[in-house]
Design a protein around this ligand. Structure first.
Ligand code: DHB
Ligand code: FE
Length: 284
């Protein structure tokens, strides 16, 4: 059977992508950010999955205000890096996994979650920056990726609870595929950031670190955190953090297994307007 072996959590700041693409990773401002991912790059090489199920949000790139899916699963054979205003990032195209994606769509929809099926989509920094952080600058990404886009841009956005429950359904779906696939699930976005208004640049280190602690130790309680707490404490874009609960809900301890192993934890301020948070959890 297919199995979820690990989850990875990381911020997806667009300026990080630009720093990589423009060869600035060793500049004093950026060096401490990328140093936090040295371990992760080696870990991913040592623990190469067959597929990455990558939870992220589209930033009004593939979707506009004309169509706003709450949860959208990419079922295509490939996904091109999007032009976000400066031309597409010079990164490999993303190869999908239509068979597993279609299986997950079938299973999760039958578990009563409404997913939008997407058969053509460009992917923005929300998806490509986490791949760059974890893989560097390869000729091709190490494995197929299933993009899973969550609306955290235009209200109403899904609650942490719904995201956590969805993670459980995704785990059931993946682990019911009768193929020996090693699957990782990644949750991206966050941590605290506010991109507009008088509070622009808001960073709340205490909130972010408490979020990481609780994500590891008690994600079920964390799932009860209401939207308003994210927005007040972590800033308007801090709401992206609910996506981390999808990945966490798919880990096996949530379904009665042993607690996951914390392989890596990293936190750094600042990167552009945000705090960068990163975690790797392995299923035992
Ligand atoms: C920034 C961070 C994000 O996560 C994002 O999606 C857009 C901008 C920023 O810090 O500039
Ligand atoms: Fe974002």
């Amino acid at each position: 059977m297919a199995k979820i072996t690990a989850s990875v959590y990381t911020s997806h700041v667009p300026a990080i992508g630009a720093a990589i693409d423009l060869g600035k990773t060793q500049e004093p401002y950026w060096q401490p950010v990328f140093k936090g991912y040295d371990y992760s790059k080696q870990w991913l090489k040592d623990n190469k999955p067959d597929v990455i199920f990558l939870v992220y949000n589209d930033h009004a790139t593939a979707f506009s205000l004309e169509i706003i899916p709450t949860f959208a699963i990419g079922c295509a054979a490939s996904f091109a890096p999007a032009d976000e205003g400066w031309g597409p990032r010079p990164v490999p195209k993303v190869i999908g996994h239509p068979e597993l994606a279609a299986h997950i769509a079938q299973s999760v929809i039958q578990q009563d979650f409404d997913l939008t099926i997407v058969n053509k989509m460009d992917v923005d920094h929300g998806l490509t920056v986490p791949l760059s952080l974890m893989c560097g600058q390869p000729q091709a990404w190490p494995c197929p990726v299933i993009p899973f886009a969550v609306n955290v841009v235009q209200y109403p956005v899904p609650s942490g609870r719904r995201c956590f429950e969805l993670g459980k359904a995704i785990r059931k779906a993946i682990e019911s595929l009768d193929k020996p696939l090693n699957v990782q699930i990644w949750g991206t976005g966050g941590m605290s950031h506010q991109l507009q208004g008088p509070r622009a640049g808001l960073i709340n280190k205490a909130f972010d670190n408490a979020f990481l602690d609780q994500l590891i130790a008690d994600p079920d309680a964390l799932a009860s955190k209401p939207h308003i707490d994210y927005v007040r404490e972590a800033g308007s874009e801090g709401i992206e953090l609910v996506m981390w609960l999808i990945a966490r809900g798919a880990m096996s301890d949530v379904a009665g297994g042993p607690a996951p192993k914390v392989k890596h934890r990293f936190y750094h301020v600042p990167a552009s307007n945000t705090a960068v948070g990163h975690l790797i959890l392995e299923n035992k």
